[in-house]
Each structure stands twice: as C-alpha cells, then as structure tokens.
Design a protein around this ligand. Structure first.
Ligand code: ATP
Length: 342
C-alpha cells in the first residue's frame, strides 16, 4: 500500500485529479490517498493559501499528484507552484511531449522530453522598481543547478536510448548567465561521449520546433525558456490537454500536468483529463510500478486513437467523465486479457 498526497487544486484541477485517481485505482494498485488542498478556493474559505496540512502531508509522503493551483493576486505569494518547487528543491521539471495516434497534427512523429531547470532563472523572485517608469528583474543562474539538470537530461537519454541532447539558451546576449548554463551543459556532455550534444539559441529553437520537431529527442534548458517551450511543444501534439509533467528533487516528487487551471472551462466536465492521467502514469513509473504505468498509457492511447470518447479540445464531444470511463474500460479489458493468458 502506497501513501500518496493528492492536491486537487483549482479550476479544472478537481475534475482532472478525480479522473486520474479513478484511472490509477482501476489498475488495482492499492493507494492510501492523503487529500489536502491549496490555492484560490482554500484562500476564499480559510484565508490561507497553503494550509499547514499540505506541507505536513508532502513531508510525510514525499510524493504527490497535484492539480493546477491558482495564486490570487495580492495574497502575498507570487506563485504557490514556484513556492513548492523551491521549498522542496524539486529541481527537474520533466515534460515528455509525444504524438498520440489519432490526434490530427501536421507532424508524424514527435517524441521529445523537456528537462527544465525548476528553481532559479527569472523565477528568482528578485524584482524591483527602480523609478516610476522602470523596473528590474534578476536572472539567477548557478553552477550547481545547471550541472544537476544537465546531468538528469543526459542520464535520462542514456537510460532511454535517446541519441541526442539539445541545450537551449540565449548565451549570445546573456553571456554570463546563459553562458554559465552552457558551460555546465558542455561539462556534463563530455562525460557522455556516446550521446550527441548540440546547442540551439532559443529563438532559433522555436522555429526549428515548429518546422521539424522530430529532430529533437531530449531538450535541456533554463526555467523560463523551458516554460515557454513546454506550451509550444504541447501545441505540436494536440494542446495542453495531453502533456504530463513531473517535478522531481532528490527525495520528493510532485506530478502535475503542464496546463494551468483553465478557468474558461472549469466546472463544466469538459476538460481533457489525459495530461493529469499521464502525469499519474509518470508517478507510477517513479515508484517502480512500470507495468501499471504502461497499462494506463496504453489505455489512453487506445481511447484517443479510437476517437469515440474524446473531449472537445481533441475534436470530440465527450465529457471529462465519459473519457475517463472509456480509459478505465480499456484498463479493465487488458487486465482480463492478461488474466486469461496467465
Ligand atoms: P494558469 O494561469 O493557471 O496557468 P491559463 O488560463 O493561463 O491558467 P491554462 O490553464 O493552461 O492557462 O489554459 C490555457 C488554455 O488551454 C485555455 O484555453 C484552456 O481552456 C486550455 N486548456 C488547458 N488545459 C486543458 C485541458 N486539460 N483540457 C482542455 N483544454 C485545456
């Protein structure tokens, strides 16, 4: 029995986390969910954005599945998401972007993984007004953070038989900060002689990605470029509704979709649950439940390629719960087949 923290979040968060929980349970995995919440809704009710029980639960379980959280303006926090990533030093933000058959896109085969540094860069929170008409933000890049995210990207490439790692930067302009990031990526690349290493400037990278995304396998970059590239890459494979993610540190991991709380579609039972369900599959891989993770990914892929029960963003008309039911059905079918084969 695993003990896992579940944070429903705001907007579409409660709907898609509920779907992911149901799908994970359909695999037969025994989980004791510790359900705690943070964000705008909690703030409205209790006047606190992140109640103590959230931190206590995370610190006890060291693993969480999390919906998107909205940080209300003027509540004293910049972003709860950034707070959690920094507080627990969840330095790797890993976002696999993979074409799912059945989703109409101009590209045949997109299969890349973004490794975004998750703790520094322009997210340092150091910003100030220098006069009435000017303001500054500080971009922080350190050797420690750059080396460890580059190492994670290369380790992943080696383990998953990926042949190339692309470091994305703007060191031609930000010579000290992005220059340091590149030095670190180069240093790590030398320890992986069998993996090709290339460097691409962020603006060129955007063009290359929309023209020929299949030429990329593993991308490693700083926090802000990684954030922007994640949404761009989501657009290559069918949108934010399908791209999962993980925030991983040395001894804690929080799994969440790339998308935000999508207030425009919240509460209508029309959000695509795929991104959070696949984040759940990443979580099962992390705890070593790889067969169950594969069963979920397979069920999602079959449901989407059949096209009968898919949400509006993918061109269908199914609700969040109908699509979730269809995915669960596929998991149960494959369990029956496996039982017969045994
Ligand atoms: P936040 O500030 O919380 O990041 P946002 O509105 O800026 O929120 P998203 O929540 O990521 O950004 O939404 C961007 C767009 O993508 C919206 O139009 C939203 O409806 C759509 N979208 C995001 N997630 C999903 C989903 N799971 N299913 C369908 N559409 C989605």
């Amino acid at each position: 029995m695993y003990s896992i923290t579940l944070i429903p979040g705001d907007g579409i968060g409660p709907e898609v986390t509920h779907s992911a929980k149901r799908v994970i349970e359909a695999t037969g995995l025994k989980i004791s969910w510790d359900i705690v919440n943070a964000g705008a809704d909690v703030y409205k009710d209790r006047g606190v954005l992140v109640p103590d029980e959230v931190f206590e639960s995370l610190e006890k379980n060291r693993i969480a599945l999390k919906g998107p959280i909205t940080t209300p303006v003027g509540c004293g926090f910049r972003s709860i998401n950034v707070l959690l990533r920094k507080k627990y030093d969840l330095f790797s933000n890993i976002r696999p972007v993979k074409k799912i058959p059945g989703i109409e896109t101009p590209f045949k085969d997109v299969d890349l993984v973004i490794f975004r540094e998750n703790t520094e860069d322009l997210y340092s929170g150091i910003e100030r007004s220098t006069s009435e008409d000017s303001a500054e933000a500080v971009k922080v890049i350190t050797r420690k953070a750059s080396l460890r995210i580059a190492k994670k990207a290369f380790e992943y490439a080696e383990k998953n038989n990926r042949k190339k790692v692309t470091a994305v930067h703007k060191a031609n302009i930000m010579k000290l900060t992005d220059g340091l990031f590149l030095d670190c990526a180069r240093e790590i690349s030398k320890t992986y002689p069998d993996i090709e290493y290339e460097e691409v400037i962020i603006d060129n990278m955007c063009m290359q990605l929309v023209m020929n995304p299949s030429r990329f396998q593993v991308i490693v970059t700083t926090n802000l470029y990684g954030d922007i590239l994640s949404d761009l890459c989501a657009g290559l494979v069918g949108g934010l509704g399908i791209v999962p993610g993980a925030n991983i540190g040395e001894d804690m991991a929080i799994f969440e979709a790339v998308h935000g709380s999508a207030p425009d579609i919240a509460g209508k039972n029309i959000a695509n649950p795929t991104a959070l369900i696949l984040s759940g599959a990443m979580m099962l891989n992390y705890i070593g439940e790889t067969e169950k993770a594969d069963a979920i990914a397979d069920a999602v892929s079959k449901t989407i390629s059949e096209g009968k029960y898919i949400t509006m963003d993918l061109g269908g008309s199914s609700s969040t719960s109908d699509m979730t039911d269809a995915i669960i059905e596929k998991i149960l079918e494959s369990k029956q087949i496996n039982t017969v084969l045994v």
